[in-house]
Design a protein around this ligand. Structure first.
Ligand code: AMP
Ligand code: MG
Length: 288
C-alpha cells in the first residue's frame, strides 16, 4: 500500500509524510483546494479538531513538565503564508487550545531599527523556545528570503547567502533539542482576492486590511517563485517543510493541528519522575 491511499484515521497515515515537501517538490502542482489525506467534510473536520485539542493540551503539559529542570526538549511551530492565508486562524484555533504559560509566541513584522542593526537571525534566535516551551512563529526568518527577495530590500548576493545561513541556524536549533515544524499555508491568488474583498466588506475585518497588501498581491508570481526557492533549498531532512493546501480553512487548521500532534507524540514524553520521596512527603503532609 502506498501512503497515497491512506487517510486520516488509518493507523499508518501521517500528515507529516503526506504534506512533506521532498526533493523535486513543485509548488505550482499543488491544488490549493485539495484536502490531502482527509476524506471528511467541514463539519467532521470541526469535530476532529475539537478531539485533537484534548490530546494537544495533554502533550503540551508533558512537554512543559519535562522542561522544568531546564534541559528537556521543545517544539517550534513555524507558520508562513501569503496575506490572508489563515495564519491568524491557526493561532486562534490550533495554538489557542494550549496553555499560554507554556507558549512562546512571536509575530514577525518588518524589522525595527534595533533589529535592523543586527544580523537577520538575531531576532529569530531570541524568539526560539526554551526547554519545555512550544514556540510559535507567525512569519519567520523566511520573510528575509521572501518579502526581502521579492522587493529587493537587500542585494541579491546577500539574500542568496541566507538559505544556507538558515539551514545552519536550524541545524543548531535541532542540536539543542528543538523540534522544528515548518508549515506553509498555501492559498490561490483567487482565494486571496476573495478574502481581501471580505476584509473590505466587513467593519469587523477592516483592522486586518492593509492597503500595502495590494502591492504585494501584484507580485504574486514573484512570491510563488520565492516560495518555490525556499522549499527547494531549505526543506532539509531534520527540518522539512510541510505544504498545507489552505483554500479550505477547516482543512488547514486540522492538518496543522495534526502535524503538531504527530511531532509531539514522536517525542515519547513521559511524566517526569518525582524528585523527592513520595512516601516521605505523604507522611509529612499527614502530620500537618
Ligand atoms: P502581518 O503579518 O499581516 O501583520 O504583516 C507583517 C508584515 O511584516 C508583512 O507584510 C511582512 O512581509 C512584513 N515582514 C515580516 N518580516 C519582515 C522582514 N524580515 N523584512 C521586511 N518585512 C517583513
Ligand atoms: Mg497582513
Amino acid at each position: 500500500m502506498t501512503t497515497e491511499s491512506l487517510a486520516f484515521g488509518d493507523p499508518d497515515f501521517t500528515f507529516s509524510e503526506t504534506l512533506r515537501a521532498e526533493r523535486g517538490f513543485v509548488l505550482a502542482d499543488v491544488d490549493t483546494r485539495a484536502t490531502p489525506g482527509y476524506e471528511g467534510d467541514k463539519k467532521s473536520a470541526a469535530m476532529d479538531l475539537v478531539e485533537g485539542q484534548t490530546e494537544l493540551s495533554d502533550l503540551q503539559e508533558r512537554l512543559w513538565a519535562n522542561g522544568k529542570d531546564g534541559d528537556g526538549p521543545s517544539v517550534l511551530l513555524l507558520v508562513q503564508g501569503m496575506d490572508t492565508s489563515g495564519k491568524g486562524g491557526i493561532m486562534r484555533h490550533v495554538v489557542g487550545a494550549t496553555d499560554p504559560g507554556g507558549v512562546k509566541y512571536t509575530a514577525f513584522k518588518a524589522p525595527t531599527p534595533e533589529e535592523r542593526a543586527h544580523d537577520f537571525l538575531w531576532r529569530i534566535d531570541r524568539a526560539l523556545p526554551d526547554a519545555g516551551q512550544l514556540g510559535v512563529f507567525d512569519r519567520s526568518q523566511y520573510e528575509d528570503v521572501l518579502v526581502v527577495r521579492v522587493n529587493e530590500l537587500v542585494p541579491r548576493s546577500e539574500w542568496m547567502r541566507r538559505y544556507a545561513q538558515i539551514n545552519a541556524f536550524e541545524r543548531a536549533a535541532l542540536a539543542r533539542g528543538i523540534t522544528v515544524v515548518k508549515v506553509m499555508l498555501h492559498i490561490s491568488s483567487d482565494e486571496q482576492k476573495a478574502r481581501l474583498g471580505e476584509r473590505l466588506d466587513r467593519p469587523d475585518k477592516y483592522y486586518k486590511y492593509n492597503p500595502g497588501d495590494i502591492a504585494e498581491r501584484a507580485r504574486w508570481d514573484d512570491y510563488m517563485e520565492a516560495y518555490q526557492a525556499v522549499l527547494a533549498k531549505t526543506s532539509t531532512k531534520g527540518a522539512p517543510w510541510h505544504v498545507v493546501p489552505a483554500d479550505r480553512k477547516w482543512y488547514a487548521r486540522l492538518a496543522v493541528q495534526q502535524l503538531l500532534l504527530e511531532h509531539l507524540r514522536g517525542l515519547d514524553l513521559e511524566w517526569p519522575a518525582a524528585t523527592f520521596d513520595v512516601a516521605t512527603e505523604q507522611e509529612r503532609l499527614a502530620q500537618t
